[in-house]
Design a protein around this ligand. Sequence first.
Ligand code: MG
Length: 202
Amino acid sequence: MRVAVFIDFDDTLFLTSQVSEYFIIQTGKFENVPIHIREFFYSMDKLISSFFLKHIGLCRFRIMTHASSQWIYEALKFMPTILKFVDWNYICVIFCEKQSKSNKVIELIAKEASYDIYVAMGDSESDLQVVDAIVPIMKNCRPKYRQIRFIQKPNLDLFRAEWEQLQCLFLEILQSPHELLLRYFQMFNPFLSGTLTPIPEI
Ligand SMILES: [Mg+2]
């Protein structure tokens, strides 16, 4: 089985909304970030990197972002293991710049053999729509699609809970018994049950 995973960066992989106030535009660096936030990122680095390692044999992970490379690399200094994965090309960062994420993904997959499952993870509708955009051009291969929605502007506890849940449920999401349906919507909220809610084919 081959799985392509497209991950948003801000408030999905990196808890931007809790740290952006410490980013100084003039210097292009974070300054005076409280120790508890630094420690939080350090613990998230361990959690998220273990998620990647666990699934790297199955999945091709790509970070899709409209952010600048300066922002991404400064942010990843808080998460040194993930930064190493990016440096070693275990995980690619795809800079979409002015292009929509959907168009960028279509451009990427046009150059590749098809995958069995396409997964989009993100906190905004446009992050998730990348798999919708693939559906019409994958008609003949009939892959499966998954969307994993993250909470917008989460606090530290919610962000950690999302990744803890994802760590436990990721394979279940991929292998759910509803696989004959074309499309799923996973409302990924730690206050919900975490079960899959299929929606009808569109
Ligand atoms: Mg985001």
